[in-house]
Design a protein around this ligand. Structure first.
Ligand code: NAD
Ligand code: UFG
Length: 347
């Protein structure tokens, strides 16, 4: 069985679908602070399988101990965390407390129960302001905001675990996959599960979808004077279903005979950069909708371009993104247009 913390959220719910479809039993621990119980009901309907769910906080060591005592857990995927960059600048203590304490309590419980296979949700944000593209996993790391720093601190903390195994001659050493996501977008092709942000979206794709459906008047394109193909910011957008499959591959590797040696980082992206205007135009053309936009000032803290070298994930995990830009924009729109209020079911 796989314990999935934060499994009711955007990436977690898609990963539950792919895990179940690959034959794994799934146990979700989520405090629903940024998600809804409905997402997992829909995962159950999509897969025809039950998802065991516990509503609770990962920072609660007692809950974790009960879960490890009462379930046969082989590996953990740790999604639970707060992820809004702007909010993290306003409330850094809250971010460090939630993201770091969750991970500390989790690895303590894992160690106590001798379950030492972990997949951790990291982010391309750990590369800071990229000096060279594409980004490979061994490039220098830095943080530009408290959210990013929480990921960096956790990565470094996790690296100490196999070092301790060596000193203590552990016969069951830690195996940890740090998955550094680039820009997850899209939704399950059924239109049943997707990204459901609270309030005004910070990220590009949900803002485009909400503009297309008329919830927002106009998209602000943050900066038209970057040194990129059309002056707008370039990112490596990755379909959330591809990303979810990357987690399955990581779990399979951890649980394989070969295993995974210590802590290893993997970029999960497509390897291709897409500009904001390319994304807007693809959304309009593929979905036959209008997306009014205006070029505005650059957003503080944004980098001009960021995209991954994904060869390590391909070589080591046998994973490669398969879905393209058209899938991303069509699936985002299918989710948005069928669920204009997200998981808040009306009537
Ligand atoms: P999400 O907010 O949809 O999912 C996170 C889930 O964790 C939510 O269901 C939330 O209720 C839960 N959670 C938060 N704190 C918790 C706690 N203390 N105890 C129990 N549950 C808790 O976010 P997501 O987009 O699915 O992201 C999942 C992970 O991936 C996060 O760690 C995030 O930092 C990371 N990540 C996301 C992106 C992105 O753009 N979406 C990019 C890089 C990395
Ligand atoms: N953008 C706009 N208008 C908007 C929103 C975004 O023009 O309303 C632009 C941004 O300026 C950027 C691009 O769209 O050029 C992507 O912006 P997002 O906010 O969607 O994503 P970011 O690359 O800024 O950040 C995302 C996650 C972070 C994570 C980072 C790296 O939100 O949590 O990817 O993985 F750290």
């Amino acid at each position: 069985m796989i314990l999935v913390t934060g499994g009711a959220g955007y990436i977690g719910s898609h990963t539950c679908v792919e895990l179940i479809e690959s034959g794994y039993d799934v146990l979700v621990l989520d405090n629903l602070s940024n998600s809804s119980r409905e997402s997992l009901h829909r995962v159950e309907r999509l897969t025809g399988h039950k998802v065991s769910f516990v509503e609770g906080d990962v920072r609660n060591g007692d809950i974790l101990n009960v879960l490890f005592d009462t379930h046969d857990i082989d590996a953990v995927i740790h999604f639970a965390g707060l992820k809004a960059v702007g909010e993290s600048c306003e409330c850094p203590i809250f971010y460090y407390e939630n993201n770091i304490e969750c991970t500390l309590k989790l690895v303590q419980a894992m160690q106590d129960h001798n379950v030492k296979n972990l997949v951790f949700s990291s982010s391309a944000t750990v590369y800071g302001d990229p000096q060279k593209l594409p980004l490979t996993e061994d490039m220098p790391l830095s943080a530009t905001n408290p959210y990013g720093r929480s990921k960096l601190i956790i990565e470094e903390m996790l690296r100490d675990l196999p070092r301790a195994d060596e000193l203590t001659h552990s016969d069951n050493p830690w195996s940890v996959a740090l998955l550094r996501y680039f820009n997850p977008v899209g939704a399950h092709k059924s239109g049943q599960i997707g990204e459901d942000p609270n309030g005004i979206p910070n990220n590009l794709m949900p803002f485009i979808s909400q503009t297309a459906i008329g919830k927002r008047d106009c998209l602000s394109v943050f900066g038209g004077d970057y040194n990129t193909c059309d002056g707008t910011g370039v990112r490596d957008y990755i379909h959330v279903v591809d990303l979810a499959k990357g987690h399955v591959k990581a779990v399979q590797r951890l649980l394989s005979e070969q295993g995974l040696d210590g802590v290893q980082a993997f970029n999960l992206g497509t390897g291709h950069g897409i500009s904001v205007l390319e994304m807007v135009n693809a959304f309009k053309d593929c979905n036959h909708v209008d997306v009014p936009y205006q070029i505005s000032d650059r957003r503080p803290g944004d980098v001009a371009a960021c995209y991954a070298d994904v060869s390590r994930a391909q070589t080591e995990l046998g994973w490669k993104a398969e879905l393209g830009l058209a899938d991303m924009v069509k699936d985002s729109w299918r989710w948005q247009s069928r669920n204009p209020e997200g998981y808040r079911v009306i009537g």
